[in-house]
Design a protein around this ligand. Structure first.
Ligand SMILES: Cc1ncc(COP(=O)(O)O)c(C=O)c1O
Length: 367
């Protein structure tokens, strides 16, 4: 019998180099929107193969500011998948617009592009696909519908740093993209943080202003803005993490290969479409026995989570404002079946084997 292990769902990487980078900022006397932020923005834009990155307070702030800059407001509609974190939807409501929910495709769990056309109305202003779990949404059909209907495409790339669609990094495919650097993401700034990336100079400039009170000059403000700034300590951490991100994404892909091999046939394992490079922000399996499996793994020291047990269109915060929403078949079914199992670059082969063996043992016990 193998010895019991204790395996978290995710683990944030930390080393002396990162700690020293933080100490350097503390000694510098510059803490907000200074040289480190500029350096991180330059490097992150280059990583995403876009012209501009503007760092802001969180992924949610990135989405909110992008919507503001695109003048999306009361009376407008934005098409999104319901199968995501709630922050895909709430900034839309914050600017006064209405999120219009679309079901997901059963292979990638990303927005079903074939179902978008049916919900486009004359009020639709944008489509916001989510590159969920690190797998890109199928962007070409989305871009085509957007072009036909004169809509913006905003990528919610909060879970997909480094993922690729047809060999292009996500982030530069739509008009703008939003990233999160929350601690669980493929790279983090060890706190809240986010970025808007875009090839459009006007969008970048306006986000830059809005994040900092609408500032034109030291004490002149030409837009009504917000304080959604980014700080130097987080930028210093971001620079260090970004250096390691390509290697980490490869490690995630290797771990997923091991899991796939061990779990094929027992549960539905993640699909990587031929046109996609998945970066496995989460490794999500699907089984009708989800709740029993979760409980079994917990008893054996393995942490898991459900992303997401309640689809956005069914969240009380949403229905209390928008009313009961039309039901979405795949979204509602998968919310009952998905389970995220441990995934982070430092997960060792014996740990992957332990998790896989325990899942196998669970299903053997069900026979
Ligand atoms: C898909 C998605 N959108 C938006 C967000 C919001 O990002 P943040 O938590 O940095 O505000 C997240 C992060 O949790 C996310 O996963």
């Amino acid at each position: 019998m193998t010895e019991k292990m204790s395996i978290p769902l995710i683990k944030v990487y930390m080393d002396e180099d990162i700690k020293n980078a933080v100490l350097e900022v503390l000694d510098s006397g510059w803490y907000i929107l200074h040289e480190k932020v500029k350096e991180f923005e330059r490097k992150f834009a280059k990583f995403c193969a876009v012209k501009h990155a503007v760092c802001v307070a969180s992924g949610t702030a990135a989405i909110f500011l992008t919507l503001k800059v695109l003048d999306i407001k009361q009376g407008d509609e934005v098409i999104i998948p319901s199968y995501s974190f709630i922050a895909t939807a709430t900034p839309i409501m914050e600017v006064g617009a209405k999120p219009v929910f679309v079901d997901i495709d059963a292979r990638t769990y990303t927005i079903d592009s074939e179902k978008i056309k049916a919900v486009v109305t004359k009020r639709t202003r944008a489509i916001m696909p989510v590159h969920l779990y690190g797998h890109p949404a199928n962007m070409d059909p989305i871009l085509e519908i957007a072009k036909e209907n004169n809509l913006y495409v905003i990528e919610d790339a909060c879970q997909a740093h480094g993922a690729e669609y047809k060999t292009r990094r996500v982030g530069g495919i739509g008009h703008a993209a939003c990233f999160s650097f929350y601690p669980s993401k493929n790279m983090t700034v060890c706190g809240d943080g986010g970025a808007v990336v875009t090839n459009d100079e006007e969008i970048a400039e306006k986000v830059r202003k809005l994040r900092d009170h609408g500032r034109l000059d030291k004490y002149v403000f030409d837009l009504k803005g917000y304080n959604l700034r980014f700080n130097e300590i987080q930028a210093a951490i971001g620079i260090k993490q970004l250096e390691k991100l390509p290697k980490w994404n490869e490690a995630r892909r290797n771990i997923s290969g091991m899991y796939n091999q061990a779990l094929e046939g027992l549960v539905a394992t993640p699909v990587e479409e031929p046109w996609a490079k998945h970066v496995y922000h989460l490794y999500v399996i699907r089984t009708k026995k989800r709740d029993e499996l979760k409980e079994f793994l917990s008893r054996h020291g393995i942490s898991t989570l459900v992303h997401y047990p309640v689809p956005i269109h069914m969240q009380p915060a949403i229905t209390s404002i928008l009313g009961t929403q039309q039901s979405l078949k795949n979204t509602e079914k998968f919310a009952k079946e998905v389970l995220s199992i441990p995934m982070y670059p430092g997960l060792t082969k014996p740990e992957v084997k332990y998790v896989s063996d325990k899942i196998t043992e669970f299903f053997e016990g069900c026979k």
